[in-house]
Design a protein around this ligand. Structure first.
Ligand SMILES: Cc1cc2nc3c(=O)[nH]c(=O)nc-3n(C[C@H](O)[C@H](O)[C@H](O)COP(=O)(O)OP(=O)(O)OC[C@H]3O[C@@H](n4cnc5c(N)ncnc54)[C@H](O)[C@@H]3O)c2cc1C
Length: 467
């Protein structure tokens, strides 16, 4: 290796930032690449500077941690140890014999290709929300829970005047309380998990007093803002012609089935709906990294099984910002040591490893509590759109499995076009898997996003890559 070792970090959320800072502090040259205009990722999403937010911390948790990360990043950038490429969307990472070429598309038009050459790569690309279809889910006014949060934190915009926040998972709490604090009337928080599911995992959850305190804090906020909570309930339908005017929710029994006659209609102009998250794994898959279920598999050092590729944060499993920070820290330290040709001593990151162990156990317990309600796919009527890119409804997807014999997502896609559009199945894959009974397997896409042919045609020769 000639010159200073160079690590490319994809993703400037908590995991990527922690990884970049740890590696840069240990003498590694880092290029931090992110599709967003500012560092922070989902958890520390910042208002656009042009908005001149006077109190951006008002919408945030753990502001001090963010300030520490942001100050550290600024210091390393000023010292020339980190180069931060904003608005760069990475569409592929290629491995050559002992180096990597990171291909990105630049800017809002995404038509300019940029190439970065590095000795190693840390993938910290986070996760995305699981979208489950139901009648009316494509109406204007229906947004994902994280989408509503992103509008609030990033654009200081309210998605509407009266909202229902629904689905399942801990993300619903900051969304409902954040919207209420910012002035939206939150007519109901509809959570499909019930108290018994929580009680069943009580010993695992009780081992995390800080998390329980966070939960209690959100409960107090819901009370203060007068948000009605309907637990063990689900959204059946969103109503409206041009845009959302109301939703029907219904109670679930202990097995997760709808209680007959329990449906009730709630007027609202916004439905923020989320059913948990899935890891972003496209870049890792294209590199040949092994997945464990839907998560990139890593060892104790956060190394994938492809030499020179580390992964941290929600790309290795959904677990929140604190876990992402711990994993990023370990990955950055490990990558720095390995790039310097030494074997790292795990004792150097013992505290972060303890946090990682505790939080992985906590989120594994949460996952069982906050699973989508049983039978949700059976309730999707045949005429409900499932793949909105290609406008494929549930009926043909069911037919692909029942009559035509599709037993995997790829065959279902070829038979119906579900997953063949712009998002390449990221949104509809969970629904298509549930409707067909096919396992929810990785998509094995060569590119993480569509790429203009002109960019492919103009790819630089090996020796002309930037950096
Ligand atoms: C929409 C949304 C809103 C959320 N809001 C909250 C919240 O309010 N509170 C909460 O506790 N948790 C929230 N979460 C959960 C949150 O993802 C995690 O807690 C935490 O941010 C995970 O950190 P991370 O570093 O693993 O990933 P992230 O914070 O998601 O960071 C990943 C980064 O990678 C970048 N990236 C991804 N793919 C590419 C690519 N191909 N090229 C270039 N850059 C790429 C993204 O732009 C992003 O900046 C939200 C999640 C989502 C999806």
């Amino acid at each position: 290796m000639t010159g200073r070792a160079h690590l490319a970090v994809v993703g400037a959320g908590p995991a990527g930032l922690a990884g970049a800072l740890s590696a840069a502090a240990r003498g590694v040259r880092v290029t931090l690449i992110d599709a967003a205009g500012q560092a922070g990722g989902q958890f520390y999403r910042q208002p656009a500077p042009a908005l001149g937010a006077r109190r951006p911390e008002a919408l945030h948790h753990q502001w001090r941690t963010w300030r520490r990360l942001a100050d550290g990043l600024a210091r390393h950038i000023a010292a020339g140890r980190i180069t931060h490429l904003t608005d760069h969307h990475v569409w592929c990472v290629q491995r050559e014999s002992d180096s990597f070429t990171v291909h990105a598309l630049l800017g809002p038009a995404q038509e300019q290709g940029v190439t970065v050459r590095a000795d190693a790569v840390l993938l910290a690309t986070g996760g995305y929300e699981r979208v489950l279809p139901f009648p009316g889910w494509t109406l204007p006014g229906v947004v994902t829970a994280g989408g509503a949060q992103a509008m609030l934190k990033g654009a200081l915009v309210l998605p509407g005047r009266t909202a229902v926040v629904a689905g399942t998972g801990p993300l619903l709490l900051p969304v409902a309380t954040g919207l209420a604090a910012a002035g939206t009337r939150v007519a109901a928080l509809v959570e499909s998990a019930g108290p018994t599911a929580v009680l069943r995992r009580a010993p695992d959850l009780a081992a995390h007093p800080a998390k329980l305190a966070e939960g209690a804090w959100y409960a107090a906020l819901l009370l203060r803002h007068g948000v009605r909570t309907l637990s063990r309930h689900t959204v059946l339908e969103a109503h409206g012609t041009d845009r959302l005017t109301a939703v029907t929710v219904a109670a679930l029994d202990r097995t997760g089935r709808i209680r007959p006659g329990s449906g009730r209609r709630i007027s609202c102009d916004t439905l923020a709906v989320g059913h948990g998250m899935l890891p972003h794994t496209d870049l890792a898959e294209a590199l040949g990294c092994t997945l464990a279920g839907t998560d990139v598999r890593v060892d104790g050092e956060q190394r994938t099984d492809v030499r020179g590729v580390w992964a941290a944060g929600e790309t290795t499993g959904i677990g929140g910002a604190a876990l992402a920070l711990a994993e990023g820290h370990i990955a950055g330290r490990s990558a720095a040591a390995r790039l310097h040709g030494t074997v790292p001593d795990p004792r150097a990151w013992a505290a972060a490893a303890r946090v990682r162990t505790r939080l992985r156990a906590f989120f594994a317990a949460l996952e069982t509590v906050y699973a989508p309600p049983a039978g949700w796919a059976e309730r999707i009527p045949d005429d409900t759109v499932v793949c909105r890119c290609e406008e494929v409804t549930a009926g043909p997807v069911r037919t692909a499995a029942r009559s035509l014999g599709a037993t995997d997502l790829r065959t279902a896609k070829l038979l119906t076009r579900a997953g063949m559009g712009w998002c390449q199945g990221r949104m509809c894959a969970p629904a298509v898997a549930a409707l067909t009974g096919c396992p929810l397997t990785a998509g094995r896409r060569p590119f993480a996003r569509p790429v203009p042919l002109g960019v492919l045609a103009n790819l630089p020769d090996d020796d002309t890559a930037e950096q």
